[in-house]
Design a protein around this ligand. Structure first.
Ligand SMILES: Nc1ncnc2c1ncn2[C@@H]1O[C@H](COP(=O)(O)OP(=O)(O)O)[C@@H](O)[C@H]1O
Ligand SMILES: [Mg+2]
Length: 362
């Protein structure tokens, strides 16, 4: 669990969405440097308002994990995180009993019982055995914790915002974990056999944790029942304009030349036939960052391949790109109607650099 900062106030994103203040929420998230896609953001607001979990699928590096992180940071929310991996156990994420403490408890009570009159012993021990399943001995996993925190937040005066629960890379969970999440996702409750309270959680949709589930669609296919408990969005590759917006948010000190260079290079690489693993947003941010760090304003034969390490992930891809240096260099210096128009809108010097823009702007 990553707790919220107790010295800063919290904002309830669900209340904002329910009050129709979607743009305000968008701005709060954007202020962290994360630029949500409009359609995806609208889906997220629907998930907030309905109380349903939000499932995001998409390729690696498309901003799935970064979204809930940006939300938690923008609204100062506590975040519980389950990172998908093989062999994840139900008791790790929902709850477990502290068996050692329970044993100690029973031993202590046996000693006390022995000192009691024989007629009182059995009733005393029966009560002690029941109390073995009290809250004190319950160890909550991240999912259990999120639902428990949601209850506490709902009961607080004034009411506090619920926590964010990130179920990351859920395609690695496997069927057992997916099944164990069906009940909390549908009913808002985690039933705990023998527990004195019976269950943990909150049934009212408005008070439930803000659950965001991600999937890379790689390891396992998610089950129908698991998917159906979510509002679904697909994080596709952003448009060039959106990618420019993201790059300039993530690298605010990058010059127009550096932004143009990074995005033209990556756009050209994505267009090369035979490149299997397409560079994502993660890679374009890394390349722009490298240009800023190295004060690179233009590329030539000597320098271009120095930056391949940021987005070329196999030997074959590197060889393929090495044969395309002329093409890549030409693309990084050529005029691009979308990229250069976007930059020219924000940078007059850039606008004056391209006579081609005169026709476009008119
Ligand atoms: N829309 C976006 N706005 C700002 N940064 C983004 C955006 N999408 C992705 N990123 C950045 O790209 C990188 C990869 O994102 P991440 O969420 O880890 O990808 P995923 O979880 O989909 O594999 C992170 O540094 C993230 O901040
Ligand atoms: Mg991720």
């Amino acid at each position: 669990m990553i707790p919220h900062a107790s010295d800063r106030s919290q904002i309830d994103p669900r209340r904002l969405a329910l009050a129709g203040c979607d743009r305000e929420l968008y701005q709060l998230i954007a202020a962290t440097g994360y630029v949500p896609d409009d359609q995806n953001f609208s889906d997220f607001c629907e998930s907030l308002k309905s109380g349903r979990a939000w499932l995001i699928s998409g390729t690696r590096g498309s901003g799935k994990t970064a979204f809930p992180e940006a939300l938690a940071s923008a609204c100062n929310l506590t975040m519980c995180v389950v990172a998908g991996r093989d062999g994840l156990k139900q008791e790790e994420i929902l709850y477990d009993w502290d068996r050692e403490e329970q044993d100690v408890w029973m031993r202590e009570n046996l000693v006390i019982a022995k000192a009691l009159p024989a007629t009182e012993q059995s009733a005393f021990l029966e009560s002690a055995r029941r109390k073995k399943w009290q809250r004190e001995f319950l160890i909550l996993g991240e999912v259990g914790l999120a639902y428990d925190l949601a209850v506490k937040a709902a009961q607080a005066t004034p009411r506090q915002p619920p926590p964010v629960l990130l179920l990351d890379e859920s395609d690695k969970f496997g069927a057992t974990i997916e099944d164990s999440l069906l009940m909390p996702l549908e009913r808002g409750l985690i039933y705990i056999p023998r527990y004195e309270g019976g269950c943990i959680g909150v049934t009212e949709w408005a008070y439930r944790p803000i659950v965001i589930t991600t999937s890379n669609d790689l390891r396992h296919k998610l089950s129908g029942p698991f998917i159906s408990r979510h509002i679904y969005s697909r994080f596709a590759n952003p448009t060039l304009e959106k990618e420019l917006e993201i790059l300039s948010a993530r690298e605010p000190t990058a010059s127009s030349a550096q932004l143009a260079l990074a995005i033209k290079l990556l756009d050209a690489v994505r267009g090369i036939a035979g490149m299997e693993d397409h560079p994502s947003i993660r890679e374009s941010i890394d390349v722009a960052g490298a240009f800023v760090r190295n004060s690179v304003e233009s590329l030539d034969y000597g320098s271009i391949s120095r930056f391949f390490c940021y987005f070329v992930k196999t030997g074959e891809a590197r060889e393929l790109l090495s044969l395309q240096l002329d093409y890549l260099l030409a693309m990084t210096s050529a005029f691009h109607p979308i990229i250069d128009a976007w930059l020219a809108d924000r940078d007059e010097i850039w606008a004056n650099r391209w006579p081609q823009l005169v026709g476009i702007n008119e």
